[in-house]
Structures are given as C-alpha cells and as structure tokens.
Design a protein around this ligand. Structure first.
Ligand code: HPA
Ligand code: ZN
Length: 337
C-alpha cells in the first residue's frame, strides 16, 4: 500500500450517498438467489460483472432493479447491509447515511417491515461491531407517481422515528423535482430531513427545483450545477453539501474519463463537495476506491482529501457536536501524516 493509499484508508470519513441495494455484490446475488429458490439470468459471477457496462443512468437502473429481485427476506436485507458495513469499516467509514428504495420491494410484494427491520438490525450490529453510526434515507423512485410516493410515506409511518430523511432517486430526465413537492412537504411536516438526486443527468434547473420546491438540505450528485454560475454562487453562499460519486460518474458516462472529473474544481469554487460510492457493487469500488480514483485522476493531495472528509461530517445529519468531534479526528489524521 502506498503512503497515499494508507492515508485515504485511515482518513475518518462519512458516507452520505450509498444505495444499499447498490451494494449487492454478484457473489451475494447468487447466494440469495440460491437460498430463496430464484433463478437469475446469469451463469456466473463473471457474466454478471460483464453485464455492468452502462451507457447512461437508465442502462444501469434496468440492471440494478433486476438484481434487487433476489432480495426477499429480512435476512437478505440484514446480510446485504452487514456486508456493506464490513466493507465500509475497512475503508475508514465511521458514519453512514444509507438510502433504501422501498418501492423497489413493495412493488414485488415484499413487506416494508421485512426491508426496514433487516436493515435496522444490521445498523445496530455495525455500531457494536465496528463503531459505525448510521441512519436511513428513504428514497422515492421518481419514475413512479406522486401518489405511490405518498403511499410509501404512509407505509413507513410506524418506523418514522427510525428514518432520518427522505430522498429522490431513479430516472432523472423527464421526472423533475417539482413532481414531488407535495410529498416532500408532507415528509418535512413529519420531522424528516430532505435530500434529492439532482443534476446527475438532469439540467441545472432540476437542482434549482430541488432547492426551491423540495427545500432539500443536500444535493445528491449536483454535477450539472457547474453549468450555471449563478447557481454555483447560490450553492456556495448557502454552504450546500453535494454528495459527489466519482466512479459512478465515470461508469454512467457523466464524465468521459476520471481525469476529467470536476471534484477539485468544485472545491476550488467553494462548493461543499463530498466523495461517496453510490452503488459500489455496480460501479467498481467502495468509498476509499472513490477517494483513490480522484486522488490519482486529478492529483489531489492529502489536504484536499481531508477537506472532502471534513465536508462529509459537516454535511451529515449528525448532531453538530458529534460532527465537530469527527472533524477534529480528520484534522488529527492530517496533522499526523
Ligand atoms: N441515480 C439515480 N438513481 C439511482 C442511482 C443514481 O446514481 N443509484 C441508485 N438509484
Ligand atoms: Zn445515487
């Protein structure tokens, strides 16, 4: 391991943009299919990995939703999340804010309780086994209707004290944030925090809508905000956190090459960028791999990497005093290296 590799691995970090369904590794897909008696359209792990060549977001989503079909029981959701936490712990993650897509499962007849109870049990174990704190972000699928988003919110009612925030994901183009303004207002009224994917493939106007109509506290991705200088100024002035996902951007052709990634431009503009893995099993790396990819691709040094890690805590939903303690740990790690 190089000095910079070791620095990145040991750097305390929060992961703020992770779809738990996107952490389903091909090996686990086969294991869950076997134990649930389901057949999957792949003969081998190699064949699955070979299918992970995407031209855009929708190419990926088609395979991602198909893969999620092997997730059937509370044990599956537990084991999926437990495996993620093991990987995250090895990557220096000390706090994770985990998105899950209830509609991907309720549409297949999987009870909400099975999904969330499985995830919550793994989150409790992660705290005791790894010292990782975590919370849940319930994401609405934006290609589905506002009505089904409201149904999802109603379904979650008994667990709302265990859910930190709502989010918005899936096919962005043609499904602007305004479609979900009312359900986000309803979620806020129930005490939930708000985030949304915007500006991954969608135009800068979708980022503005997420701010103005959904009133989000964080933008997931946000890359295309860079096309609008006034919007960049607004994001800088408001200290808005962007949860950027470099390897995802590469795999989904948001950037052509990692060498073209705008992460350091974002920092130089004063944007609160963070680094995250999005769907690590599909995009070829967990969070430390994402830090390594931009360090190599853009020549980022330790100070910039530490800034990204600091932003991950200040942009998290942790209480301010706890976030501050984590930031002090980042500073201590940087000072020691
Ligand atoms: N974008 C939109 N929806 C998603 C993503 C993403 O990167 N990952 C999982 N669902
Ligand atoms: Zn995402």
């Amino acid at each position: 391991m190089t000095d910079l590799d070791a620095f990145i691995t040991g750097l305390p970090k929060a992961e703020l943009h992770l779809h738990i369904e996107g952490s389903l590794e091909p090996e686990q897909m086969f294991a869950f299919a076997r134990r649930n008696g389901i057949s999957i359209p792949y003969a081998s792990v190699e064949e699955v990995r070979a299918a992970y060549a995407f031209g855009n977001l929708q190419d990926f989503l088609d395979i991602y939703y198909a893969g999620a079909d092997v997730l059937r029981t509370r044990a599956d959701f537990h084991d999926l999340a437990a495996a993620y936490f093991d990987r995250a712990a090895a990557d220096g993650v000390v706090h994770a804010e985990i998105m899950f897509d209830p509609q991907t499962h309720s549409d297949r007849g999987i009870p909400f309780a099975e999904v969330i109870e499985g995830l919550l049990s793994a989150m409790e174990e992660a705290e005791t086994r790894h010292g990782i704190s975590s919370n849940l972000i319930m994401s609405f699928l934006r290609h589905l209707s506002e009505e089904t988003a409201f149904e999802t919110l109603a379904m979650a009612e008994p667990w709302l004290d265990r859910i930190m925030a709502v989010g918005l994901d899936s096919s962005e183009l043609g499904h602007p944030p305004e479609k979900f303004a009312r359900v986000f207002t309803a979620a806020a009224a129930r005490g939930l925090r708000l985030v949304a994917h915007a500006g991954e493939e969608g135009p800068p106007d979708y980022v503005k809508q997420a701010l103005d109509l959904l009133k989000v506290e964080r933008i997931d991705h946000g890359n295309r905000a860079l096309e609008d200088n006034a919007l960049v100024d607004r994001l800088v002035q408001s200290g808005m956190t962007l949860t950027v996902c470099p390897l995802s951007n590469l795999k989904l052709c948001v950037v052509d090459r990692i060498e073209d990634h705008p992460i350091d431009r974002m920092l130089a503009l004063g944007l609160k960028a963070t680094v995250n893995s999005d769907d690590p099993a599909y995009f070829g790396g967990y969070v430390a791999d994402n830090y390594r990819a931009i360090a190599a691709g853009r020549g980022l040094g330790k100070a910039e990497l530490a800034e990204l890690a600091r932003n991950s805590f200040t942009g998290s939903f942790l209480p301010a005093d706890i976030a501050r303690k984590h930031v002090e740990q980042v500073d201590a790690w940087l000072a020691a290296h």
